[in-house]
Ligand binder design. Structure first.
Ligand SMILES: Cc1cc2nc3c(=O)[nH]c(=O)nc-3n(C[C@H](O)[C@H](O)[C@H](O)COP(=O)(O)OP(=O)(O)OC[C@H]3O[C@@H](n4cnc5c(N)ncnc54)[C@H](O)[C@@H]3O)c2cc1C
Length: 271
């Protein structure tokens, strides 16, 4: 059970940051992760009065406020178009719509959960986190940082010509994934993000010309890629099973990525 001694709906990020420096105090975002497990908080710091639930799109960037909920991200027309539906594919399996109307991007990215679909997806994009104290930090660095008392204010996704595909596998619908990956291509590189290892998602970046042109080549390449990540076991799946399934998912993602590029070439279109 979650017990909170004092509840504070803060009026500024400065106030939130100050309160968050005390060991026993915690930011409450959607609260859906925090409320499972047995915890006692000194002060629960509620960010909901700070208008951080925005998703803003400009010509260059998507800015997603920390309190934007997963459902709004999953259904955002600009993000759907930009990711060719990958954003929806990564989020739609998470529990249920009511749940995704509560869980936030701030909690999902700050949490750096070893099962996170959301982190796995955004790691394959050119994304940065905006921290109140730490400023802008590339997501691929943030993912390795230890937990501290900073506040995640927003996630910024730089817009560039991109192809991206997301794949995951679950033992049963709506459970945590046992394998998850996102593969993208931008800036002349393939970006291969693998999550649900079950540890924080990891990113591998390779020159685009490494992409094979044949079916056999894709299968072998996907297996080789999967072999470069470290997997672990838990009650949902063993390490070897995860590695194998990740190889299969990577092959599917690479095939789809090649299909997207072919389609684009045929239609002469560019995002
Ligand atoms: C039963 C269950 C099943 C789930 N299944 C999946 C799944 O299949 N795939 C998936 O990707 N995710 C899954 N999740 C995770 C979920 O999608 C959210 O990532 C998670 O609930 C955290 O979001 P929240 O808004 O509830 O955060 P909270 O529970 O409010 O907070 C989580 C942590 O982040 C901290 N925090 C929150 N916001 C900030 C901020 N702005 N700055 C600094 N620290 C902050 C909090 O202090 C806390 O430590 C699941 C969660 C649950 C409870």
């Amino acid at each position: 059970m979650l017990r909170i001694n004092e509840y504070r709906r803060v009026e500024s990020l400065e106030e939130a940051y100050g309160l968050n420096q005390k060991k026993n105090n915690k930011i409450i975002a959607g609260g859906v992760w925090l409320k499972i497990g047995d915890r006692r908080l000194g002060t629960g710091i509620d960010l909901s009065g700070l208008s951080l639930d925005y998703i803003t799109e400009t010509d260059d960037v998507f800015m997603i406020g920390a309190m934007a909920v997963l459902r709004d991200i999953e259904t955002h027309p600009g993000l759907l178009a930009y990711t060719d539906g990958a954003v929806k594919e990564s989020i739609r399996h998470i529990v249920g719509v009511q749940f995704r109307n509560c869980a936030t991007i701030g909690g999902s990215i700050y949490g750096r959960f070893g099962f996170s679909d959301v982190l796995t997806l955004f790691l394959a994009m050119d994304a940065e986190v905006e921290l109140y104290e730490g400023g802008m930090v590339p997501l691929k660095e943030f993912v390795h940082m230890p937990y501290d008392n900073d506040i995640l204010v927003a996630l910024h996704v730089k817009k560039k010509p991109i192809h991206i595909v997301y794949k995951s596998q679950r033992n049963t619908a709506t459970d945590f994934p046992v394998a998850a990956c996102a593969v993208s291509e931008y800036d002349g590189k393939l970006h291969v993000s693998v999550g649900a290892r079950p540890a924080r998602a990891e990113l591998l970046e390779i020159a685009s010309d490494a992409m094979p042109g044949t079916e056999d080549g894709i299968r072998a390449f996907a297996e080789e890629l999967a072999g470069q990540f470290v997997f672990g076991s838990n009650r949902r799946a063993g390490a070897e099973y995860r590695r194998h399934v990740t190889g299969v998912l990577l092959a599917r993602a690479l095939r789809e990525l090649a299909g997207q590029k072919q389609h684009e070439r045929r239609n002469g279109e560019m995002k």
